[in-house]
Design a protein around this ligand. Structure first.
Ligand SMILES: [Zn+2]
Length: 269
């Protein structure tokens, strides 16, 4: 899919910009984005409940092992609501990423058409109007590689404008888009897992959690949390209030796990 979008974009020849070809490209991209959106919805509806239920099952087992007692007033539908909420947010962020491709494409096509106009104006002036040439594309055109440099100028502008957020590489590479979708998806599943742990602790009236420990770099944002025990409510006199649940940042590998005074004590011996 990303490859198809990249191919559409790379087929556009800015040096020989054609309005009809541009419209066709836009229509093809819009169709591809509709497919991407449908795939994002389908994936969210499947992966989010799976991640929640798996994390919940693990947490529940752990809570039972440490002897936590279920609150019989706990509303069972809390879980369903949390899953639905996470599905909605996940779909929303993925669709937003898809939509940004659409915006990128529209901007790119606009710039391509502007460059084409600039080039025809440039030709009309028979290369004599230095000032206009400068204004349009600067030194690049004077260098003699008119078409290639004009294209490069637009590409550079395009790249600069969207920076890291660009999802399509016009040269036909598709890496950024996939990486971004992957990053978003992984982060959302981490959030979902934390929601499951949070709700299981609520259900089993358990206040202490421990953040996983896997040797974060010393400058990692997570170092403050790593391996430490926190109080969810902040009621504990011994352990600090948990002011944030993992993931603490994109690509964060940390997770929260239920624990208790007894469990901590048992491990010490
Ligand atoms: Zn982390």
């Amino acid at each position: 899919m990303e490859r198809e979008i990249a191919r559409e974009m790379s087929m556009l020849n800015i040096g020989n910009y054609q309005e009809l070809k541009a419209i066709e490209t836009k229509e093809n991209i819009d169709r591809l984005i509709k497919m991407l959106n449908r795939a994002a919805i389908k994936w969210s509806k499947q992966a989010v409940p799976e991640a929640y239920e798996k994390a919940y099952a693990i947490s529940k087992t752990r809570l039972e092992i440490i002897g936590a007692v279920r609150d019989y007033n706990f509303r069972e539908k809390t879980h369903r609501q949390a899953i639905d909420e996470q599905i909605d947010i996940t779909m929303e962020v993925l669709i937003k990423a898809d939509q940004s491709i659409k915006v990128n494409v529209a901007t790119f096509l606009y710039l391509a058409s502007q460059t084409a106009k600039g080039l025809s104006q440039f030709q009309a002036f028979d290369m004599r109007d230095e000032e206009l040439i400068d204004e349009l594309l600067g030194d690049a055109l004077r260098a003699g590689e008119t078409r290639n440099t004009a294209m490069r100028t637009v590409r550079d502008f395009f790249g600069e404008r969207f920076g890291d957020a660009k999802f399509i590489n016009i040269n036909g590479r598709n890496y950024e888009m996939r990486a971004y979708a992957d990053l978003v998806a992984k982060t959302r599943l981490r959030v979902t897992q934390s929601e499951a742990v949070k709700n299981s602790c609520k259900e089993f009236q358990n206040d202490l959690i421990q953040i996983s420990d896997h040797g974060s770099e010393f400058d990692d944002l997570c170092l403050f949390y790593e391996g430490k025990v926190f109080s969810i409510s902040g009621q504990s006199t011994k352990y600090p209030f948990l002011d944030a649940w993992p993931p603490f940042h994109p690509r964060c590998q940390h997770s929260a796990g239920a624990t208790s005074e007894v469990a901590i004590e048992a491990r010490r011996r």
